[in-house]
Design a protein around this ligand. Structure first.
Ligand code: GRF
Length: 204
């Protein structure tokens, strides 16, 4: 059985692309069953359509940093309907709140452009550069109620080079993300699917 993924994003979707490519190339035994975005113009939606994946636009909300509770409840229902095993945040720019956390406990993951627990929050690459670090990277982690505080699943280091600008560093981190996210998902797929196939264990 393949791991079914629902991907949530807000932007261009380069991580989503890396995941879809890994699936196409046989490096990741999974299926993307749904892509949702909170911005109707997000590149991630065009990309998903190109790959023949179902897409859905999340309706506008009052706050920029989170969804309205009623909207997030509907998002969780839509993901449940898709029968996704795992919710994958890929450039999703809002906090995940209790409707999603309750619906998918331990089943929401994110990729963040720093070596967590260092440099949580926005523009983490710029934070690392301004702090004078020599090394940063990216982290795949479980999502909890905090901002970038959930337990770490995997990290990949990226050096900060003399003369780096925020843009050059971010680009180098993204290359690492595109390798780390599919690899980490492949590991998780193995573990989760083994769990699902254990005798007596039913999908919740
Ligand atoms: C990535 O840098 C990721 O770390 C952060 O948002 C960015 C998403 O980029 N959470 P993309 O939409 O996958 O290109």
């Amino acid at each position: 059985m393949k791991l079914k993924l629902a991907i949530l994003g807000s932007g261009k979707g380069s991580n989503c692309k890396a995941i879809l490519e890994a699936i196409d190339e046989g490096r990741l035994d999974a299926e993307v069953v749904l892509v949702m975005a909170d911005n109707p113009d997000a590149g991630i939606l065009r990309l998903a359509k190109k790959y023949g994946v179902d897409t859905e636009v999340i309706p506008e909300c009052r706050f920029r940093t989170k969804l309205d509770e009623t909207v997030e409840t509907k998002v969780a229902e839509r993901i449940r309907k898709s029968e996704a095993d795992l919710v994958v945040l890929a450039g999703y720019m809002r906090m995940v709140k209790s409707p999603m956390l309750k619906a998918f406990p331990g089943r929401i993951i994110n990729i963040h452009p720093s070596l967590l627990p260092k440099f949580k929050g926005l523009e983490a690459w710029r934070q690392a550069l301004e702090a004078g670090e020599k090394m940063t990277g990216c982290t795949v982690h479980y999502v909890d109620a905090g901002m970038d505080t959930g337990s770490v699943i995997a990290r990949q280091e990226v050096p900060i080079l003399d003369g780096d600008t925020p843009e050059s560093l971010h680009a180098r981190i993204q290359i690492a993300e595109h390798s780390l996210y599919p690899k980490t998902l492949a590991n998780l797929a193995g573990k989760l699917m083994q769990g699902e196939n254990e005798p007596g264990r039913k999908k919740s």
